[in-house]
Write a protein that binds this ligand. Structure first.
Ligand SMILES: [Zn+2]
Length: 87
């Protein structure tokens, strides 16, 4: 996947501008978890130009989209919209 210099929010699709306060999020493994619980942790990182090209990271345009990403993570264990899981 080729990354352009411009980024789009993984939640709402907004394009990143110079003055936006963007964040990055990633899902990582947890060493152990109870049965029936998500096997991931949600990590929120301040925007970092060097790390922003890491394809493991989600790009979030602001607090609203961060909250939405957390909500998706808590309800589905995933940040991406999974059409198959939509009820
Ligand atoms: Zn957004």
């Amino acid at each position: 996947m080729v990354w352009d210099v411009s980024f789009t929010c993984d939640i709402c699709g907004k394009k990143k501008g110079e003055a936006n306060h963007w964040w990055m999020a990633m899902l990582g493994d947890v060493p152990c978890y109870d049965e029936g619980q998500p096997g991931f942790r949600f990590t929120l990182l301040p925007w970092n130009a060097a790390e922003s090209r890491n394809s493991d990271l989600y790009h979030l345009c602001g607090q609203g989209c961060v909250m939405q990403a957390v909500e998706r993570f808590m309800t589905r264990g995933s940040i991406e919209i999974d059409m198959a899981a939509t009820r």
